[in-house]
Design a binder for this molecule. Sequence first.
Ligand SMILES: Cc1cc2nc3c(=O)[nH]c(=O)nc-3n(C[C@H](O)[C@H](O)[C@H](O)COP(=O)(O)O)c2cc1C
Length: 199
Amino acid sequence: MNILQVNSSARAAASASTRLANSIVERLRADNPGANLVVRDVGSNPHPVLDEAALGALFTPAEQRTPAQAARVALDDVLIAEIQAADVVVLGVPMYNLGVPAQFKNWIDAIARAKVTFQYTANGVEGLLKGKKVYVALARGGKYRGTDWDAQVPYLKVVLGFLGMTDVSFFYAEGLAMGPEAEQQAFAEAQREIEAAFA
Ligand SMILES: Cc1cc2nc3c(=O)[nH]c(=O)nc-3n(C[C@H](O)[C@H](O)[C@H](O)COP(=O)(O)O)c2cc1C
């Protein structure tokens, strides 16, 4: 089993989403001792934004790219190869200003490539990253689960589904800014939900 863990918090040691993602990975490894783990941390090792130079590189045929363009495309190729190789994907996703971190979006922009990870057919869009199980570890200062203010979960379901990843489970650490008791409860509840999911 190949596990890909993608962390996207700007924080290293103090990150709640990474802590939760680690917990999911620990559980997966306990059940699959031989599992191979790749950790991609786009918080501490940011991926470049999709700017005009990047688009120019992507839309230039491979054999005509300048060395700089080839190098830019190669950065995305690495992330695409990682997700293609993964059987299980664990995403650590903090809430920043009601959305996903810009670095997480940069990761999505890197892995979404026409004819490689999705394609359009006569029947519409077809995601090509099929057969993967995805776990998402969410961390929020407030509480939004199941409400209209939670724009992250609908977005993640749609964008992951677009790429072919339709088997997605969400774990929530919410209310982390609502005092130490709420924080403790949030982690305990998230941990319970993880244990229940792997029971
Ligand atoms: C820049 C920034 C924006 C944030 N925006 C929100 C927000 O819109 N809603 C919310 O509930 N929490 C918000 N928070 C709180 C974080 O979601 C919370 O601290 C969470 O633990 C961050 O994930 P992390 O611990 O993995 O870094 C924000 C935190 C930061 C640093």
